[in-house]
Each structure stands twice: as C-alpha cells, then as structure tokens.
Design a protein around this ligand. Structure first.
Ligand SMILES: [Cu+2]
Length: 267
C-alpha cells in the first residue's frame, strides 16, 4: 500500500515501469498540484471528504455520501492530471511514458480494499518533485494510435496484432465524469469467465462494488495510460499474446460512452 520510487525526477518525457508486488490491483496517476499545495494538504483536505463520502455510500446513504464530496476545497479542482499507468493486476507490471511539466505532483492510487478503504487512505499517495531540468528523452514511436474523447469514446487506427506493441493514447478532450474523474485507457485481457457487464460496473469508484478488491474474475489488467488533460499524448507498451482483449475507461457507463472496446489478437 505504498509507492516505492524516487522523490525527485526530471521534467519532459519520463518512462515509468510499475511493478505491482502486491495482491491487489493498482494504478498510478500523476496529479500536478496548485502552487503551494502538498501531500499534507491532501491528507487534511482531500482524503477525508472522499473517504467519509465513500463510507456513507457503502452504508446505503448515497445522498449523504455525495454531500460529503461537496466539502472538497476549491483548489482540488485545480489539480491537473498528467497520466500514469492504467490498472495493473496483482504481480503484473506495466511500462508507461508520459510528459511532465516542472512542479509538485502526487502519485496516487484510489482503488479500494475489500472493506471499502481507499488505497490513498492506506498510503498510496506520494509527493514527487518534477524539476526544471528536462530529461532530454523523446517519446517512443507508436505501432498503434489510440484516441479517446467524450464524444467518440475510444478508437484506434489499425488491427492489433500479437507480440510487441507500443500504443499511443491521444486525449482529444478531457471532462469530469459523473464520479468526478476524467477518462483514461486501460487494457484488459479477457478469459472465458470474464463478464463485460461486471467489468463495466467495477470501473466506477463511486459504486460500492466498484474499483474494489477483489477485481472481476477472468479479467487481467495490463496497464494503459491514466487520465491526462486535453491535447496530451501518453504511451504504453507490452507484448501481446493471442486472445480476447478490451480497452476500457475507469468511468461509469463505458458502453454508452463507447469507452469499452473489445478486440481479438489473432494467432
Ligand atoms: Cu492501489
């Protein structure tokens, strides 16, 4: 229930290898904070409204729960997301490249434990300083280009084949969905017992059964690119085995938003 990584990194393009050593599903999201705000402010002003609200929703009091979220300070809505790894199943890993501006960031994961407590509450939030020194890195060259938008959902420009793939993810726009978070792209492998309706419902943190341990059966999360602001591009890469897959956003109602797209990788 923590992120073990550097405290200070360069700006510009950075590649993160996320190794999930735990028995829970996680992601990592880089959120850039307004000037002067740090992890102490998160712990004092952001964590409690979310956890108290979630606790009330879990107790069957959604209206009271959503009322708690109204206690979020105005500066919370100035936090800008810069991507990070999509969801990664236990013992899995991911490789994600994102471009960071200098500033103070929180790397966070708000998946919930089986008792409804957010991973952030447990310690999965880490302050990271991104310096003025540019990494000098350049982004990788994509093999498949994915676009995501609130109107067209998730689209990609060519059939996806087995073995090594480098996906670019372009954020044509970004909005706050019903549960306050923006859209993103997660790659999942679907086994025979996978149920897309269950998966869709699970991708909403504000649902008592959403984004909580255990994650849906028959679904392996393979990373992706987490929320980014409009106009940004991030990358993720991995080796694909033949089988059934889907791209899905971590937002409510992905089918109607065209943010759940299944595809087959052929032998
Ligand atoms: Cu987590």
């Amino acid at each position: 229930m923590d992120f073990q990584t550097l405290d200070t990194i360069t700006s510009g393009w950075n590649t993160f290898r996320y190794i999930n050593k735990s028995t829970e599903t996680h992601f990592s999201l880089m959120s850039k904070y307004p000037e002067g705000k740090t992890i102490e402010d998160t712990e004092r002003e952001i964590g409690p409204p979310f956890q108290d609200g979630m606790d009330l929703i879990n107790q069957g009091k959604p209206e009271e729960g959503y009322a708690e979220f109204k206690k979020l300070p105005a500066w919370f809505f100035e936090v800008v997301t810069f991507g990070g790894s999509g969801l990664v199943s236990p013992k899995g890993s991911s490789l994600t490249s994102i471009k960071l501006e200098p500033g103070y960031y929180i790397m966070e994961c708000y998946v919930k434990m089986s008792n409804g407590i957010f991973h952030t509450t447990m310690g999965m939030e880490k302050g990271i300083v991104v310096t003025n020194v540019n990494s000098g890195n350049i982004p990788p060259e994509a093999t498949v280009n994915i676009t995501i938008s609130s109107t067209e959902g998730i689209t990609f420009d060519k059939p996806i084949t087995k073995e090594m793939q480098i996906f670019s993810v372009y954020y044509k726009d970004q909005i706050a969905h019903e549960n306050f978070v923006g859209h993103d792209v997660n790659l999942v492998k679907l086994d025979e017992e996978a149920n897309l309706e269950v998966l869709e419902k699970w991708m909403n943190w504000a649902d008592p059964k959403g984004l909580i341990s255990a994650s849906p059966e028959g679904v392996t999360f393979l990373g992706g690119v987490n929320d980014m602001k409009e106009g940004s591009t991030g990358y993720f890469e991995l080796v694909l085995e033949p089988g059934n897959y889907a791209f899905i956003s971590e937002v409510p109602n992905t089918t109607s938003k065209k943010m759940l797209k299944t595809f087959v990788v052929l032998e």
